[in-house]
Design a protein around this ligand. Structure first.
Ligand code: RM4
Ligand code: MN
Ligand code: MN
Length: 429
């Protein structure tokens, strides 16, 4: 393995911080033991947790208006993998990359998999893209993709998804994430029922091409690019489609894809109840699909989502194996820094959810003791779990202070000397 940062460099940076971390960890351990919680057991669960990073998140994102690239930004999948390896080396929580096609297209996927492995990485869900036209493409997605009224366009979208599965098999993936932007901008533009019918029929063809151990993750999104109606707009449409398609189809919850103030944790609980919770795209949102950094706006909601996930794990319905992925657009930060900080925020919410006194919570729920039920959650949420997450990370070879160590490595500055500059133009929204 040829990792981008040297382990000596990380160890040296850690040497300055380790004493304080050990003190904080010991103090937290004593505090938790007073309520019967073994900090080591929590740390072991945290060590086993991981979240995939999106290849597209390694570059600077943009809005409809502009994209402002930074020097040293990656311009291809090889450079993106290198940056993802840095994130994983420092955080030890992001060992897999979720690729997007055709953005990450290469001629040799076996070689790409080896390249990733040599960087300590594997591949997570493959994402298809039928929301943009590509140069030389036979049929336009301007009429939609899997739900298009144009037969040939639908077939092209099906074929692209099947190609993504084939690529994913070479990369070692086992999930295909399908998000389509299909929908309408005007009342009357399309028949709302028949467009879903067409989607289901085309999605079934993709489903039929899934290898046995694969899943098809259906990602819903309320609006954008369609602003009047979207074919798979909400978890209701998503679960109906997943039920029609049968067991290998599951629902993927992108936290930014709901109406403001929707109770996402309840959606998570419902999807799990019916065995259809397939995975997550973590991000945060203030107004719409803002793709802001996880936990930057509403960390409490993220905690409540993890609270449901911990509950779900205790009551597995149809198995419990959600794919965890970050899906963010880093418009104003160094993407590596955003993903380091996001991976930490996500893992901290998981750790807090593990601290919930489930017995007390369930007893209070059964006794209709609202305040004590709420306090069971609040007590866990209020704990600063940073030392647990940091300790788990350091034991795995990561950094105590991921951001400071990243900056000290001068990675971006070094890459700015080596890499080709990114062109201007709008980014991914
Ligand atoms: C969409 C959705 C998809 C992502 C694209 C880039 O809004 O979140 O998951 O692949 O953006
Ligand atoms: Mn997404
Ligand atoms: Mn999105």
């Amino acid at each position: 393995m040829t990792l981008p940062l040297s382990s000596e460099f990380i160890a040296e940076a850690n040497a300055r911080e380790i004493e304080a971390l050990d003190e904080d960890y010991a103090a937290l351990g004593r505090k938790l033991s007073r309520t019967g919680i073994d900090i080591e057991a929590i740390k072991d669960r945290v060590s086993g947790f991981s979240v995939a990073v999106p290849s597209w998140g390694a570059g600077r994102g943009g809005t409809r208006f502009a994209k402002f690239p930074i020097p040293g930004e990656p311009t291809n999948i090889h450079e993106k993998l290198e940056d993802c390896a840095v994130i994983n080396q420092l955080s030890r929580m992001t060992p897999r990359v979720s690729p997007h096609f055709p953005w990450d297209k290469v001629s040799d996927y076996v070689a790409l998999r080896e390249e990733a492995e040599s960087l300590g990485l594997g591949f997570d869900a493959v994402n298809s893209n039928t929301f943009q036209d590509q140069p030389g493409q036979a049929y336009s997605y301007s009429t939609g993709s899997l739900s298009s009224t144009v037969d040939a366009t639908r077939q092209q979208a099906v074929a692209h998804n099947i190609e993504c599965i084939e690529i994913g098999e070479k990369l070692g993936s086992r999930d295909l994430t399908v998000w389509v932007g299909d929908g309408t901008n005007f009342p009357g533009q399309q028949d709302l029922a028949r467009s879903l019918d067409r989607y289901l029929e085309a999605a079934a063809q993709v489903y039929a091409a899934l290898p046995d151990n694969w899943r098809m993750l259906l990602e819903h999104k309320m609006f954008e690019p369609a602003f009047y109606s979207t074919v798979i707009s909400d978890w209701g449409s998503s679960i109906l489609a997943a039920q029609e398609l049968r067991p290998k189809a599951k629902c993927l919850v992108d936290l930014g894809h709901h109406a403001p103030n929707v109770n996402i944790e309840q959606i998570v609980a419902r999807l799990h109840l019916f065995g259809k919770l397939g995975g997550f795209h973590f991000n945060d949102s203030k107004y719409g699909d803002d793709d802001l950094d996880s936990g930057s706006i509403n960390p409490h909601q993220l905690f409540l989502v993890f609270n449901e996930l911990v509950e779900a794990e205790l009551h597995p319905r149809d198995g419990f194996d959600p794919a965890y992925m970050i899906d963010q657009s880093h418009n104003v930060t160094d993407p590596i820094e955003s993903m380091l900080s996001s991976a930490e925020a996500i893992t901290q919410c998981f750790a807090k959810a593990l601290l919930v006194d489930r017995e007390a919570l369930h007893a209070a729920q059964d006794a209709n003791d609202t305040m004590m039920a709420f306090q069971a959650l609040r007590r866990a949420y209020n704990v600063d779990v940073a030392p647990i997450v940091a300790k788990a990370r350091v034991e795995a070879g990561g950094a105590v202070d991921v951001l400071a160590t990243y900056r000290a490595s001068r990675w971006r500055e070094r890459k700015a000397q080596e890499r080709n500059p990114v062109g201007l133009g709008a980014g991914i929204v």
